[in-house]
Design a protein around this ligand. Structure first.
Ligand code: FAD
Length: 504
């Protein structure tokens, strides 16, 4: 087997530095050198601040101390997403991390709850979700520190400062041997077999390698521009194509959830960190101009502006193949699905995780690439379907944007999932463990999609047992959560970041 001697990463945004950190962790003493080329002049996209729980898996895999990471990157905790105005104006629901209730014998909690609802129980599904109850009360505790309590099965992720995280991972990767080259790539030279041989910088320097990772963002320098891999356009099912982003001073205590508030022509996010908040409006340019979007966002954010507003155009979809010959595209260079469920950073980690699993040698066996492409495509499509679910099930028809969604032909795969769910609350297992049953159940319930019946197996349990469980467990959970520290207090006590200097 001929090992790869050199891997070149083009791009130093979140994608580039996550890839560099992972490679440097695994190849610290190995035969493969890693060089990362990035350009300060071009810069990074500067957004991407809400994560999902597997992000912490990445941090732990790299052997990084979680508390230190939070302190150094001004991070805060995220227990889920609070959706406002999605089903109808005034409607609120949560998509929490972790479990909802606990199973009763072999029966899923959700099925028991459905039976209780059919028998007139007044509880809401989220009354039994520890992460939702904590998020709604502005409380936080690490579930690992509360084993054998009612929040033990909650889960969490982080809100992060994208720039500080990239800097942190850069230090991590450089300390483990990654060579960073500053400069603008102006040319890409291909090999006779069509693979990539080297990239050439504006000042004539070159970075040659056996294998290339395209992390060049929406420019997609290698997989798109050079290799010409076709783009699968999903803008027919996800209509938003622009965002305006704005950073503000914090006002009030930071909430331990991402706010995703539906707007007239898209939706708005709010992501509180320790030193500031990230805000944005994701919108559809067919119905709203940049100026109107900026005005709408500025009119709704709290706190003085720290940075922005910045307009970010994007196109939803992915490259037909993410691994072509000796090049893999990771991050925005490979594809993008709007950030409603904060999945892009996860796809970066996943892309790198699969690459390590199917790691090539100098021959770059095409069967490895084929399997990589199959797995990543399924993940992308599953996320696309999950995001479309939020729009396709809305009752809103108050603006041309929301009315346009009523004409959208939803993907067959999602139509089948919804039909299966409606039949008896059954979920089709995906290949990825990113969004498990509680995620689909939360969004379905939040959007008003409830199964026609529960699974008959639940009838084996006496109704009184189920009703009793529902009667008791929600108040017990609420009472326990009331005893927990607030999110702000938890941050201050356990992982306070140093005061932040804006010029830093
Ligand atoms: P970039 O950050 O654009 O980095 C590209 C890199 O390539 C830069 O270093 C640039 O300098 C370099 N480069 C480009 N061309 C050249 C060249 N010619 N020569 C040298 N260097 C070059 N994700 C989440 O997980 N959660 C979120 O909440 C979230 N919110 C988002 C909101 C919006 C509006 C958008 C658009 C995206 C969001 N994302 C989110 C996605 C997330 O921002 C990206 O997935 C992530 O930042 C990775 O970006 P990247 O590194 O691929 O690209």
């Amino acid at each position: 087997m001929a090992h790869l001697n050199k891997i070149v990463i083009v791009g130093g945004g979140s994608a580039g530095w996550i890839c560099a950190a992972m490679l440097s962790h695994y190849f610290q003493n190995g035969p493969t050198q890693v060089e990362l080329v990035e350009s300060e002049e071009i810069g990074t996209i500067g957004v991407g601040e809400s994560t999902i729980p597997p992000f912490l898996q990445l941090i732990r895999t790299l052997g990084i101390n979680e508390q230190e990471f939070i302190q150094e990157t001004q991070a805060a905790f995220k227990l889920g997403i609070r959706f406002e105005n999605w089903r109808a104006k005034g409607d609120v629901y949560y998509h929490p991390f972790g479990q909802i209730g606990g199973p009763l014998e072999v029966n899923e909690f959700y099925q028991c709850w459905l039976r209780a609802k059919q028998n007139g129980h007044p509880s809401g599904l989220q009354d039994f979700a520890p992460a939702t109850v904590m998020a709604d009360a502005g409380k936080f505790m690490l579930p690992s520190k509360a084993q054998r309590t009612m929040i033990a099965n909650a889960n969490y992720a982080l809100h992060i400062d994208a720039r500080l995280v990239a800097l942190y991972l850069r230090r991590f990767a450089e300390a483990r041997g990654v060579k960073r080259t500053e400069g603008v790539v102006t040319d890409v030279v291909t090999r006779p077999d069509g693979g990539i041989a080297k990239v050439i910088l504006r000042d004539g320097r070159e970075a040659a390698g056996d294998f290339f990772i395209d992390c060049s963002g929406f420019r997609s320098l290698l997989i798109g521009k050079t290799l010409g891999e076709p783009f699968r356009d999903w803008t027919d099912v996800l209509l938003c194509d622009r965002a305006v982003a704005l950073q503000t001073e914090n006002v009030g205590a930071p909430h331990p959830y991402t706010l995703a508030q539906a707007q007239d022509f898209g939706w708005r996010w709010r992501i509180p960190l320790q030193h500031r908040s990230g805000n944005g409006y994701v919108f559809c340019s067919k119905y709203l101009s940049d100026d109107e979007a900026v005005a709408a966002l500025v009119g709704q954010v709290q706190g003085e502006t720290v940075l922005g507003p910045t307009i970010i155009p994007f196109k939803t979809g992915m490259r037909q193949r993410l691994w072509v010959r000796n090049c893999v595209a990771i991050g925005l260079a490979g594809g993008f699905i709007e950030p409603l469920e904060s999945t892009a950073l996860h796809l970066i980690y996943k892309g790198m995780d699969y690459l390590l699993r199917f790691f090539p040698d100098l021959d770059a066996d095409p069967t490895l690439a084929a399997e990589y492409n199959r797995r990543m495509t399924v993940d992308y499509e599953e996320i696309r379907d999950f995001i479309v679910l939020h729009y396709a099930t809305t009752k809103r028809d108050d603006t041309p944007f929301w009315r346009a969604y009523q004409q959208v032909e939803i993907p067959e795969s999602l139509r089948e999932r919804i039909a299966l769910f409606k039949a008896a609350g059954v979920l089709r297992d995906g290949v990825d463990d990113m969004f498990r049953a509680p995620s689909w159940q939360s969004v379905m319930e939040g959007m008003g999609v409830r199964p026609d019946r529960y699974q008959q197996l639940v009838d084996r349990i006496p109704l009184s047992v189920i009703m009793n469980l529902m009667d008791k467990s929600a108040p017990m959970l609420a009472d326990f959560v009331a005893t927990l520290p607030s999110h702000e207090e938890f941050l201050r006590t356990h992982c306070p970041a140093a005061p932040f200097k804006r010029s830093a």
